[in-house]
Design a protein around this ligand. Structure first.
Ligand SMILES: Cc1ncc(COP(=O)(O)O)c(C=O)c1O
Length: 430
């Protein structure tokens, strides 16, 4: 072509368009590199962060600052049960932000009261206390159990028994409660008064509670950080019986497994073993930080004014978001969807187990799934990410899949396909 000739726009457009996209990609890339560099410079090194800068999310999709899209099977580690930016949560936040963002718990807060009512109507629970995170909800549960025992039996009955492999949060009391040594190493002395027993072992629990110095047993019906380990219904029934016989409170930590994640609103509904006390957080706020302590019967009457408090706990903005989130979860049928899609996911993962020798076991309840490998899981997480799927690894060798409950069959199929290819690359490398 004559170099001086004018190229008609129709012909030059594809090249021009590619150039514009390249230019924008480059701008964003520079931006994401800058954020990562600043983060490495100014943030404490508490997280082993993946070099991705998420900037946009809708449903099960997450887009990063470089314009790459991911299927998000991490979902904020079981926070985004409704997917990203659910319209009802966004609307509630906008409306509440225009009315009243914060006021003290010295007053009655409308959305907080309504949220407590919603939660109380869906379980054996009579009263709620609101805080900002799972660790705070667990701490509040432990305080409640100790005060409950103290007000009935006086001092000396303050032990809380939890399970090996459990995870209950990062405060000094929560790491003491957590049944994994690595979370407390270097931080000792932690809060005294905890005993750990093997999970799913009723005889061990019997022995650990025989001395009469235990005020509560605290369990996750499905251990999340511990590698998606599911409590057997028989075990939970036995635990309930022991708690009743020995006047101990039964606390369920449903911070990760609650709110529809397992295909029922509460994970304990799979066994119908009701707790006296339950800790919630994560998915409760539809992405906004909020935690809750729920209690039933006499346990709910334990605290008196001055016993416990939180400045931000249950503030109007967080509770408006949470109320919208829990209503959408129920009214739009996402819990039933989690049960259905959980089965699709479980079957697909079982199929992968049959095809890949490196997969040792699949454990799943609803959309809380773990794939235990014979080898460390991080390379598979990395390979999945390269192909556009976000998952994470817990307990060293368990791939954890926690997709939003709004997931569809097509998205699960895509994720399984990527995981299949990621497992194959692992086998090729071996
Ligand atoms: C079962 C369980 N309890 C408590 C916590 C602590 O929650 P947070 O990180 O909101 O303090 C977690 C967090 O992963 C959890 O999975």
């Amino acid at each position: 072509m004559n170099p001086g000739a004018v190229v008609p726009l129709r012909e030059s457009w594809p090249g021009l368009r590619a150039g514009i996209i390249c230019f924008y990609r480059e701008c964003w890339r520079v931006r994401s590199e800058e954020i990562i560099a600043l983060g490495d410079r100014y943030l404490m090194r508490t997280y082993a962060r993946t070099p991705i800068v998420p900037v946009w999310g809708r449903g099960c999709l997450l887009r990063d600052a470089d314009g790459r899209e991911y299927l998000d099977f991490v979902a904020g580690i079981a926070v985004n049960n409704l997917g990203h930016c659910h319209p009802a949560v966004v609307r509630a936040l906008r409306e509440q932000a225009g009315e009243l963002i914060h006021c003290s718990n010295l007053y009655y807060i409308g959305p907080q009261v309504r949220l407590a009512e919603w939660l109380a109507e869906r379980g054996p629970f009579d009263r709620a206390f609101f805080c900002n995170s799972g660790a705070e909800a667990v701490e509040a549960a432990i305080k409640l159990a100790r005060k409950y025992a103290y007000s009935r039996n006086g001092t000396g009955r303050y032990f809380v028994v939890t399970a090996e492999g459990s995870f209950h949060g990062r405060t000094l009391t929560c790491v003491a409660a957590t049944g994994q040594m690595r979370f407390r190493q270097g931080f000792e002395p932690v809060t005294p008064g905890f005993r750990h027993v093997p999970f799913n072992d009723l005889e061990a629990l019997d022995r650990a509670t025989a001395a009469g110095d235990v005020c509560a047993v605290m369990l996750e019906p499905v251990q999340g950080e511990g590698g998606i380990r599911i409590a057997s219904p028989d075990y939970l029934r036995g635990v309930r019986r022991l708690c009743d016989e020995r006047n101990m409170l039964l606390i369920f930590d449903e911070v990760q497994c609650g709110l529809g994640r397992t295909g029922r609103l509460w994970a304990w509904q799979h066994s119908d073993v009701r707790p006296d006390v339950m800790a919630l957080a994560k998915a409760l706020g539809g992405g906004v930080p909020i935690g809750a302590l729920l209690a039933a019967g006499p346990a709910a009457e334990t605290f008196s004014p001055g016993d416990h408090a939180s400045t931000f706990g249950g503030n109007p903005l967080a509770c408006a978001a949470a109320l919208a989130a829990v209503r959408a979860l129920e009214e739009e049928g996402w819990i039933a969807n989690a049960a259905r899609m959980g089965e699709v996911l479980r079957q697909g993962l079982e199929e992968l187990r049959r095809r890949h020798a490196v997969v040792r076991e699949v454990r799943a309840l609803g959309l809380m799934a773990g794939v235990e490998l014979e080898v460390p899981g991080d390379p598979v997480v990395g390979a999945c990410r390269e192909m556009g799927l976000l998952i994470n690894c817990t307990a060293g060798n368990v791939l954890r899949l926690l997709p939003p409950l709004v997931i569809g069959e097509g998205e699960i199929g895509r994720a399984l396909d990527i995981l299949d290819r990621a497992l194959s690359t692992l086998e090729v490398r071996e």
